[in-house]
Design a protein. Sequence first.
Lengths: 148, 507
Amino acid sequence: MDMTKDRWSGTILVLLGIFVVWERRVLPLGTHSQPGPGYFPLLLALLLIIFGGILIFQGRSSRSIRSISWKESPHAVAILGCCVFATLFLERIGYRITMIALLGFLFGILERMRLWLVLSLTLGLALGTFWVFDTLLKVPLPRGKWGF
Amino acid sequence: MEETISNLILGFSTAFTPTNLFYALAGCLIGTMVGVLPGVGPLAGISILLPTTFGLNATSAIILLAGIYYGAMYGGSTTSILMRIPGEAASVITCMDGYAMAQKGRAGPALAIAAIGSYIAGTLSVLGLMFLAPPLARFALGFGPPEYFSLLLCGLIVLSYMTGGSIVKNLAMIVLGLLFGMIGIDQMTGYFRFAYGLVELGDGIGIVPVAVGLFGISEILATAGQSEKREVLKPKLRDLLPSKEEFRASLFPIGRGTLLGFLIGIIPGSAHIISTFVSYAIERKLSKHPERFGHGAIEGVAGPESANNAASEGALVPMLALGVPTGPIPAVLLAALMVHGINPGPLFIKEQPAIFWGLIASMYLGNLVLLLLNLPLVGLFVNFLRVPYRILYPTILMFCIVGVYAVNSSVVDVGIMTIMGVIGYLLRKMDFETAPIVLGVVLAPILEFSFRQALAMSSGDYRVFIERPISLAFLMLALTMILLALRSLIGKKKDWRDRLTEAERKI
């Protein structure tokens, strides 16, 4: 069977639906007159399986999975890494240090800009946004263990 | 009528304070920048900027966010005309004749007609919103859980039909969004659902990380590393005025675009995009010289741009009157209102008239601000376009992170944004629309609540949804949409949605 985009995505949707059905088993279904917390998720999971099934069934005419271009993927992976870094370290080392590290990496290493430009952009943006959000707009941003 | 006028006076007295005037102005300017910059659509823009409104009172906050909304809708046209790059999806059609005009040295008149058309359409649409929303809200006061469930279901199905592309894929995305909306504490029984021990997920996953992830991060992931060669045509200020002939030729397209845009805007789905394409098709059909379209016909700019702005205000009618958003942007606006303790719905206009009418008055003001400021400032906005993308995307990424974190001061939200970014990126590759997911997340709690309440009041009898006339009418409409979509699916014939998708891809 030729793996097309629709067949791939249909398969993922079916598997996701099955996963939700499995995970829902700890939630009471209730009755028709008093539906429990598992009732609606089960209905949705079944619908997801049905839609996924339809996509697999009629997905022959869609484009092949090989036609997808991934030329931007090295950049995408690096940016994704930055998001994960921010998630893990934002509250541990504080907003300013996290952003200086993140922007420094993107401007300096990924985009290979000149040093003076990297420094001015990184420091300006990281400290500037902290001032605007935290100081000016009183939206608290994390400071990390060292109070910075 | 008298009541409306006295309410409007109340609205103007609310909006015309120096503080609110400032926020209307700031909103329009920031919105235009958001619309102009590639990679930040109105949805991600409003979501990122939501935390900046936390220190404001509800009226000022919604005035600022509404300003960003229609500013962004307007800003998208500038890049379409000057660079042939639509700042946001609804400006795609403006690329055709707007850019052709710019190449002929008529960029100024194209920008001016887009601004004037947007102003007229915006102002007239506010009139429509003003007269339509209150009676609609009064009508909806009689809705019970079955009617609400059927209304929401109908809205979601109409959205999946109108979004274009495969209805099966769109429905699957709605279901996926609804499933995301199931995460957190069940409001009827207190059960923790799909939270895997994360206390932060108790309130469910927020609309802001979902919207920023699906629209902001996925856009950055998909476009980073692209080539930077961009040609920007810069018009001179003295060249901005259209000629008499151009004015005359634009008048009726603006009128038709306004009416069409407002009516389509009320319907769930990608109203802005659809209204611009329909307006363009109508103008071309009515023109004595249809061959000029695509080569710099001013009607091809005036009609779609007016329709686009009218649709963005038409979309606020069901959101404010019924509490039902018709697309992802009204959904984020709805969430923003809720953050400020306002619950849009049938009782909103009655219980909080100062906010509703203040918003209406600020829209008149915002449209005027857009017209007066954006044309003289076009040179400034053009300079934004010269910022290289390799500087722009890390900056956007930083704003995404700070915007999402600031909503709840939670890194879990930043994590959700990252996951949604990956999901959005992969879904793009697989040709899925992500807008239905956002709407699914917002509507999931209300949809489930009304569904379970309706079943409880009927002792588990599903006939409650078809025995009540209003509920039945909504379900019939939903069924009609599904049958219409199935017709093209079974017959393998291209319908208007397929042609719309193809046209978007070509541009």
